[in-house]
Structure formats: C-alpha cells, structure tokens
Write a protein that binds this ligand. Structure first.
Ligand SMILES: *[C@@H]1O[C@H](CO)[C@@H](O)[C@H](O)[C@H]1NC(C)=O
Ligand SMILES: *[C@@H]1O[C@H](CO)[C@@H](O)[C@H](O)[C@H]1NC(C)=O
Ligand SMILES: *[C@@H]1O[C@H](CO)[C@@H](O)[C@H](O)[C@H]1NC(C)=O
Ligand SMILES: *[C@@H]1O[C@H](CO)[C@@H](O)[C@H](O)[C@H]1NC(C)=O
Length: 314
C-alpha cells in the first residue's frame, strides 16, 4: 500500500487534499466527461445527431480540466469503461425528456456508477446545470417533481440559504463576492420548469440527499431551488447557467458579463475542477486518452442559428 502510494507520488505531486472523508494524492491532470445531448432544434439537425455547446467545454477548460465528450447510445460496459477513465462528469442544459431520452438513459448509468463509487470511497464528482440540475433531482427522487417555475432569459441575484455560507460550493468565495451574488443579477436563468422549495423540502429523498444553497422567485411567483449540493456526495446542481457569464454573448440574452459575474463563473469552474482533482481514475493508455479527448473535434459556428456561438456535433 505504501509502495503504491509512493509510486503515485513520484514525479507527479506529493500534495494531498482533504476530501470529504479521506486524504488522497491530487490529480493535476483531471479529465471531465460531458454527456452529449440529442439535437432537438431543427436548425441544428443538419450538423449532427447530438451536440455539446462549446460553452461548457470552455468553462471546464478554464478551471484546468480537459474534456471528453461522451456519446449517447453506448452499452453499459462501454460507459463503465469511460467512467473508470474520467474524473468527473457534467450534465449540460438543453431540452430532452428527463426519463425516456437517450440522454437521460445514459445519465442514469453514470449517476449509478458515481453513487456506487463514492459509497466505496472512490471520489467522483457530478455537476448538473439547468436541465442537468433537473435531471439530478429526478434521479435522486426517483420521480419527476418539476413544475412551472419559468424564469426565461432573466438574470437574478441568488437568495442564499444559511447552509450556503458553510457549503463546499461557496467556501472559496470571498465575502464581497457572496454579497454581490446576493444583490446583483449575476445568475442567468433560461428555464420553464424547476423544483419549488416546497416540493423539494417535502420530498424525503431529495431533502435528505441535497442541501438547498439558494432559492429564487419565478415569473409566476413560485419559489424554486436554484443551487444545491449533496450532503454526503460531491454532487452539485445549478438551475442557472454559470458558463454563460464568460462564454456566451447573444445581445438579446441576459447573460451577466460584469466583472463580478465573471468571477462567479471562474470560481465555480475552478471549484468543480478541484473536485475532479480528487479522482484518480485514468485512461488505460495515453493513446486511449488522446483519442477520447475533445481536441480532435472541431466546433461549428452556430451564432447565426442559436444563442450558442459554437457547438460541437457528433
Ligand atoms: C440512439 O438510438 C436510437 C434508436 O436506434 C436512435 O433513434 C437515435 O437517433 C440514436 N441517437 C443518437 C444521438 O445517435
Ligand atoms: C429569501 O428566502 C427566505 C427564506 O429562505 C425568505 O424569507 C425571503 O423572503 C427570501 N427573499 C427573497 C428576496 O426572495
Ligand atoms: C408558466 O407560468 C407562466 C406564468 O404564469 C405562464 O406564462 C406560462 O405559460 C407557464 N408555462 C408553462 C409551460 O406552463
Ligand atoms: C449559419 O452558419 C453556418 C456556418 O457558417 C452555415 O453553414 C449555415 O448555412 C448558416 N445558416 C444560416 C441559416 O444562415
């Protein structure tokens, strides 16, 4: 055991990080998987069957991670092999059925693998943005608790809960930025559905699994959960879009671009990549790693047909 540890440290790094439950060597070459999503908008259909907005890739790269796109419709054995090769996973926003889509099916496979791994002390973080947040609630609750919480093209401050101040997600935020995120519209919302605070707190599975870190008020007055983190597991969800603050520019969209908005986006990207540094999963060989990374794909210009400047298609 000691020998193995020494070998892992040699030539890489001998730092250790305190994870939630144990200490392990830091992986300073993290790779995060992004699950692709089926193309639903007809404007994107000419380009491919599935896609990832380049925004999410840039977001993770900005925190010091590399990205592997994960295609839909693969076997569980293939997904397990990928799972053992990557250090975390991000579920993107978009539009797909949360139970029956190929996206949801693949997401569930990774969710179960991550749950099992973390239970055994094999640290593996998950992040869900917007629809990815919604998907996490469906997978944890085992049912769809979403209702109309429309906040479409609306930048809002967060109403932070008391738990936010002792949370993992916000622990590296300086006091002045926590104050700014509570008062300035730094979080872009682009959703029709969400989980109300009442539905969330009323569901035993959800409220035992996740702490609510912030809430917001929807256009119809409903109070919805906007940020959450796992109590025991490194699973994180935002109903809003931290990545747009730095990487999307459509002039008709309320993408927050102030310097505080940029800092919020940077700190959360760094936070999640730091979580991935606690995972020691790796590809079987440098060749396998190179062929899986997103670098061999070229993003396509889509600003003329969507509010994403660039997307990867598969
Ligand atoms: C996945 O497989 C289904 C059923 O064969 C097919 O309809 C769908 O287009 C495939 N999805 C992708 C993204 O290729
Ligand atoms: C923020 O949430 C608290 C309860 O957590 C509530 O009492 C308060 O009214 C909310 N403020 C806003 C501006 O929504
Ligand atoms: C949600 O509520 C808003 C405001 O009441 C309404 O305008 C909208 O049509 C509703 N959306 C859905 C999907 O039901
Ligand atoms: C949008 O731009 C792409 C890339 O330049 C081009 O292939 C496509 O035809 C354009 N679509 C429209 C509707 O202008």
């Amino acid at each position: 055991m000691f020998r193995l540890f020494a070998l892992l440290c040699f030539g890489v790094t001998c730092d250790t990080v305190a994870t939630r439950n144990f200490r392990m060597p830091v992986n300073n070459r993290p790779i995060i998987g992004i699950l692709t999503q089926e193309v639903d908008e007809t404007v994107m259909q000419p380009f491919g069957n599935s896609y990832i907005p380049a925004t999410y890739v840039k977001y993770l790269e900005s925190g010091g991670s590399r990205v592997v796109p994960i295609r839909l419709n693969q076997s569980e054995a293939e997904y397990e092999k990928i799972f053992k090769s990557i250090n975390g996973m991000l579920y993107i926003g978009g539009a797909a059925n949360l139970v029956t889509s190929d996206y949801a099916k693949a997401a569930r496979v990774f969710f179960q693998l991550a749950l099992k791994a973390n239970k055994m002390g094999n640290y593996f973080p998950l992040w869900g943005t917007c629809m990815g947040f919604q998907l996490l609630t469906v997978m944890v609750a085992g049912e769809n608790l979403l209702s109309n919480t429309t906040a479409e093209n609306l930048a809002l401050p967060l109403n932070l809960t008391e738990e936010a101040h002792s949370s993992h997600m916000f622990k590296d935020f300086p006091a002045n930025l926590l104050k700014a995120i509570s008062h300035e519209p730094l979080t872009g919302n682009f959703h029709h559905y969400g989980v109300t605070e009442t539905a969330f707190r009323g569901d035993e599975k959800l409220s035992q699994f996740f702490s609510i870190l912030s809430t917001n008020v929807a256009e119809n007055g409903a109070v919805f959960v906007s940020t959450m983190e796992g109590k025991q597991y490194p699973f994180y969800g935002v109903q809003w879009h931290p990545e747009v603050n730095r990487f999307q520019w459509h002039p008709k969209k309320q993408f927050p671009h102030s310097s505080n908005a940029v800092r919020v986006s940077s700190l959360l990207a760094e936070f999640f990549v730091n979580e991935a540094r606690k995972s020691s999963h790796h590809f079987a060989s440098p060749e396998d790693e190179a062929s899986a990374l997103i670098y061999s794909y070229t993003p396509v210009y889509t600003a003329n047909v969507t509010s994403y400047e660039q997307c990867y298609f598969f």
